[in-house]
Design a protein around this ligand. Structure first.
Ligand code: NDP
Length: 453
């Protein structure tokens, strides 16, 4: 089939040109794997060279970030902002500060963001950025000086109607505050250039909770469809950051029992249910290792990463009804999903971006495990960021309940759109296929209508 050749040809060219960008190639493969029938039906996408264009960022900005540590030594990090697509709105996507950050990781995140933002039904384009700066072990002053140095270059490329960054791994309310302050000083503009702001200076209620709450709302939509529910069900969550904490909070609110969480040092299993207050104190207030958890809950167990068997994430050894990978990319592999399946897991909802490897996804689809892909399930965060932009633009602020209700509506819209699209393409319930096609089609059609740019 000519169309099949088209996407294979583009995929091969990307593989050859960017062989060192493993995560980016993985993200492109995942999206392309869903497009067969669409490309077969609609030859216009090949005619207008959509795959060639959509896989190349409109702009990628790489810059030096120079800052001064507490000893007075000049330190240098890399800064990135990849503005992938502005076809349906201004660029939007988070900033990640983590030592593993490189161009491949920022490109995979930016590429995913295009389709995620499209699925929300809101007018937002896709971008991502960050730095290989490691916030761990840095003083408050060092964090502030780094954020200011980062914004000293980034401010030239962002703006309320141009590109609106937000948080991601290593970037929360504190970092957004320092970057916003610097942007304001440099531009003399008080505008919604960043989302995830403090509530007294332009932030939105429920933004902090939105990604975690949204992924649970998405999972509820799946279970509703099959007349199932979460009441009394044991759930496993990985991560101990923003997404994981508010996934756990919402799981409790709907009567489920979350029993695990993890950080980069190890994992906790608490069979009686994770103590949410203890978790928040450890990770949000004190910002320390999860190993401290057993001091709050002596019956819980903590296993350090060094004791994990090679190539495994021990969080997924805990028997559960539903798994919520909410830490980072490729944290759930084929071996992990086989163990989850053997132990009775029925649903995997991706809170993190690209947490499942491609072979783990195939296994889920082949074995009738409900699979909620990241670009649909974790879109609640960016959707609520857009609600923050709306409030900033109209100089209003909505109550927590108003924002939460809109978030719930958006997650239902994303589920319905993904589900109906999977039906249209004769694979009912394959939400990866539905989300990829629906997200892609809207952006691709906008690209055609806007001409060769
Ligand atoms: P945070 O920085 O708040 O938390 C990340 C958590 O994951 C921390 O507990 C961290 O451990 C752990 N972690 C990070 N890297 C690794 C690693 N390599 N191995 C094991 N554990 C790791 O980030 P978020 O919660 O915001 O983000 C988590 C995921 O969700 C990411 O994939 C992000 O892209 C995605 N996401 C986030 C959104 C948001 O609104 N925040 C929106 C949509 C997606 P430690 O505490 O030790 O650092």
């Amino acid at each position: 089939m000519a169309q099949e050749h088209y996407q294979n040809r583009i995929l091969q060219a990307i593989g050859a040109n960017f062989s060192e960008q493993k995560e980016f190639c993985q993200a492109v493969s995942e999206v392309f794997s869903s497009l067969d029938l669409l490309l077969e039906k609609e030859s216009k996408y090949e005619r207008y060279s959509i795959l060639e264009r959509i896989t190349v960022p409109e702009r990628q900005i790489l810059f030096r970030v120079t800052w001064i540590d507490d000893e007075g030594k000049i330190r240098t990090n890399m800064g990135y902002r990849v503005q992938f697509s502005s076809s349906i709105g201004p660029y939007k996507g988070g900033l990640r500060f983590h030592p593993s950050v490189n161009l491949s990781i920022i490109k995979f995140l930016g590429f995913e963001q295009i389709f995620k933002n499209s699925l929300t039904g809101l007018s937002i384009g896709g971008a991502k950025g960050g730095s290989n700066f490691d916030p761990k072990g840095k003083s408050e002053g060092e964090i502030m000086r780094f954020c200011q140095a980062f914004m000293s270059e980034l401010f030239k490329h962002v703006g309320a109607t141009k590109d609106v960054p937000a948080g991601d791994i290593g970037v929360g309310g504190r970092e957004i505050g320092y970057m916003f302050g610097k942007y304001k000083q440099l531009t003399n503009q008080y505008e919604g250039v960043l989302t995830g702001k403090g509530l007294d200076w332009g932030g939105s209620l429920a933004r902090t909770e939105a990604t975690g709450y949204g992924s649970v709302y998405f999972a509820e939509n799946i279970l509703d469809k099959y007349s199932l529910g979460f009441e009394g069900k044991v759930c496993s969550v990985s991560g101990a950051g923003n997404v994981a904490i508010y996934t756990i909070e919402k799981l409790y609110q709907i009567g489920a029992l979350p029993v695990t969480c993890s950080d980069s040092g190890g994992m906790v299993c608490d069979k009686e249910g994770i103590d949410l207050q203890a978790l928040k104190e450890i990770k949000e207030v004190k910002k320390i290792s999860l190993s401290e958890y057993v001091k709050y809950r002596p019956n819980a167990t903590y296993t350090p990463v060094k004791d994990y068997p090679r190539g495994r994430n021990l969080v997924w050894n805990i028997p559960c009804f539903a798994a919520f990978p909410s830490a980072t990319q490729n944290e759930l592999n084929l071996e992990d999903i086989k163990v989850l399946h053997k132990n009775g897991c029925k649903l995997v909802t991706e809170g993190a971006n690209m947490p499942s490897t491609l072979d783990a996804i195939s296994y889920m689809l082949e074995n009738n495990i409900f699979y909620a892909p990241a670009k649909a399930a974790n879109a609640g965060g960016v959707a609520t960021s857009q609600l923050e932009m709306s409030q900033n633009a109209s100089m209003t602020s909505w109550s927590f309940d108003e924002v939460d209700k809109k978030l719930k509506g958006i997650m239902k819209h994303i589920f319905d759109l993904s589900y109906e699209t999977s039906k249209e393409f004769k694979d009912e319930g394959n939400l990866m296929l539905g989300a990829n096609i629906a997200g892609f089609r809207k952006v691709a059609d906008a690209m055609i209508e806007q001409g060769a740019v």
